[in-house]
Design a protein around this ligand. Sequence first.
Ligand code: SAM
Length: 282
Amino acid sequence: MKTDGYGQLHIVATPIGNLADITFRAVKALREADLIAAEDTRHSRILLEKYEIKTPVTSYHEHNKYDKAYILAEKLKEGKNIALITDAGTPAISDPGQVLVDICKKEGILVTSEPGPCALVTALSISGMPSGRFCFEGFLPADRQAREKILASLEKEERTIILYEAPHHLKKTVSQLAERLGDRRMCVCRELTKTFEEAWQTSLYDAVKYYETNEPRGEYVLIIEGIDEAEIFAGEKEKWSKMTPQEHLKFYTDKGIDKKEAMKKMAADLGCSKRDVYRSLL
Ligand code: SAM
């Protein structure tokens, strides 16, 4: 296939919240491109203005991702360099970018990357959950049957599971996960890199309880342990629940651990607060 004279498609990662999270290479690629394809041009305008990027912008989103991909591929074949950005993070990860990349590769157009933030990696890195092996499910499908199929496949998943979720679907997703997977350790990551960033290590059952009275707000990444770790967690929980609070405390103090530290460990074992442990010992 003749590709001489073709331009390049640049997959440019942009911030997931904090506008300072952009690389020098990303800014350079955006400045030097002939055209920027953006998911939401108004949203991206804020970033482009902050970094004084004057490159023309066109839209590339979920609803024009096939037709527009061919139009952009033609421009690339004419020798134009195009930078693709989406609303947050790395284009093509749970957003429309993948279709354009695939078409370009099939047309012999060079695709390169200016890497940077990605919500799933950011969340996993601060979750404390096993990260050696993980599976990323993106958003669970809205369609009931398709969703059921994926939930069923996750029941026996051994790797750490990572999901994206919008605030208005969070309660339902957490309840369905708890129903299907049982009680497992999880980390609810929200508003990453923003002022109210949180990475809350909890369990699926406790999260269900929490969201009965608390309205989810912001953007979420859910990290849930795989079945192997979950079985250890369930076994551990059973062991501690068979002990009285005094026996549990003695278990640690007999090892020479001071009372304050022992109560901290008890809270972690039981997945409750230190105040709850203190009350149970009274
Ligand atoms: N391409 C993006 C990436 O690199 O992660 C993801 C795009 S996807 C359409 C948007 C979803 O990513 C959100 O609904 C949320 O689940 C997650 N997300 C993006 N930014 C986030 C943030 N600052 N904190 C938590 N989750 C975030």
